[in-house]
Design a protein around this ligand. Structure first.
Ligand SMILES: CC/C=C\C/C=C\C/C=C\CC/C=C/CC(=O)SCCNC(=O)CCNC(=O)[C@H](O)C(C)(C)COP(=O)(O)OP(=O)(O)OC[C@H]1O[C@@H](n2cnc3c(N)ncnc32)[C@H](O)[C@@H]1OP(=O)(O)O
Length: 302
């Protein structure tokens, strides 16, 4: 028999200035207090959410081809689907993974931060902040099933999870490579990395923009486990099964205790961080670097 649940979506989620939602992409949303959905399979155009066979677990799959770049739309859909899972108290854990072969996520969508106007940069950056805050402070257990390349913002997204399983394929790499693009990882990207791999390793990785192949990523502690490619999702699900044995309230309070001070660092100066980002990214020299990087990516094929 199909399992169904009523999921309440707070109307305030619809009122956030950055959440210029495209109704066509989010067919399940209605601007009323709540909406009834089937937990068999839901989601939106770029984010698919499927309950796993184990009770209380969902798999969230990003499908924004070709490279799962974190466009404004993808970020918006991610946050809304996460909120939906959090509001449905039947879910306790989520596996985050990708539908793009060989790529977990290419990170921030460079077309959102290149050649646009300051108002767009501000709106986009607010959505990036929101994605990080929501994932980093989520009460749910989050496990990243990293089934492909995972640079920059893709790495950040996986670092917000409680555990990372990566495909043991030397073609893939993970890391915060911002300096290679001539840009700077913001302090909260840096803090998330430091909390995961420590200060010295982060200092080196961030300055050099290191992208770690799986074996090195495991050594440095950027991922927790390597498995053959076809076992990434199943391993993530079995990790979640272990975590589910811990009483939720104790685990959630512990997670919050560990992470809140870092999140507060951004919460206290969100607007200032947006202004810094807009003025940094609007510089001619930075725009030139980004244009060159994008052109190189596009030429790669030709
Ligand atoms: C003092 C200052 C203080 C504070 C500063 C304040 C603020 C900080 C400022 C800025 C911080 C901004 C933070 C940014 C973080 C990011 O995430 S930046 C994005 C970084 N991402 C990357 O470097 C990845 C680039 N992509 C790749 O390496 C490869 O594409 C990838 C390995 C993912 C896949 O390779 P492959 O399968 O071969 O695919 P292609 O390379 O051929 O790509 C296919 C098409 O996709 C386009 N594309 C790739 N990545 C992106 C992207 N991130 N955004 C947009 N588009 C992308 C690529 O151009 C191809 O397009 P085409 O088909 O040619 O049109």
């Amino acid at each position: 028999m199909a399992l169904t649940a009523v999921v309440r979506i707070p109307t305030r989620a619809l009122l956030r200035p950055w959440a210029r939602l495209r109704d066509s992409a989010l067919g399940w949303m209605e601007p009323v207090g709540g909406v009834e959905v089937s937990t068999q399979r839901f989601g939106s155009q770029r984010v698919l959410v499927e309950p796993a066979s184990a009770a209380g677990v969902a798999v969230m799959t990003f499908k924004n081809p070709p490279v799962n770049s974190l466009s404004l739309e993808l970020l918006t859909e991610l946050v809304i689907n996460l909120e939906k899972l959090e509001n449905d108290k039947t879910f306790r854990g989520v596996v985050l993974t990708s539908d793009c072969p060989g790529i977990f996520s290419a990170g921030l969508d460079l077309t959102e931060i290149c050649g646009r106007n300051p108002a767009h940069y501000a709106e986009y950056w607010k959505a990036v902040q929101e994605m990080w805050l929501r994932l980093y402070l989520s009460n749910l257990m989050l496990v990243a099933a990293i089934n492909g390349a995972c640079p920059a913002g893709g790495c950040l997204m996986s670092l917000t999870c409680d555990y990372r399983v990566m495909a043991d394929n030397p073609k893939y790499a993970i890391g915060l490579n911002e300096t290679l693009l001539g840009i700077v990882a913001p302090f909260w990207f840096k803090d998330t990395l430091v909390n995961t791999i420590g200060h010295r390793a982060s200092e080196r990785a961030l300055q050099l923009g290191l992208l770690f192949p799986p074996t090195e990523a495991l050594q440095v502690g950027m991922v927790d486990r390597l498995v053959p490619e076809d076992q990434v999702q199943s391993t993530a699900l079995s990790v979640l099964a272990q975590w589910m044995a811990i009483p939720d309230h104790a685990r959630q309070l512990t997670k919050n205790m560990m992470r809140k001070p870092t999140a507060d660092g951004l919460l206290k100066k969100r607007d200032e961080d947006i202004q810094n980002f807009v003025s940094f990214i609007s510089r001619d020299s930075i725009q030139k670097s980004l244009q060159m990087y994008l052109a190189k990516l596009r030429q790669k094929k030709g």
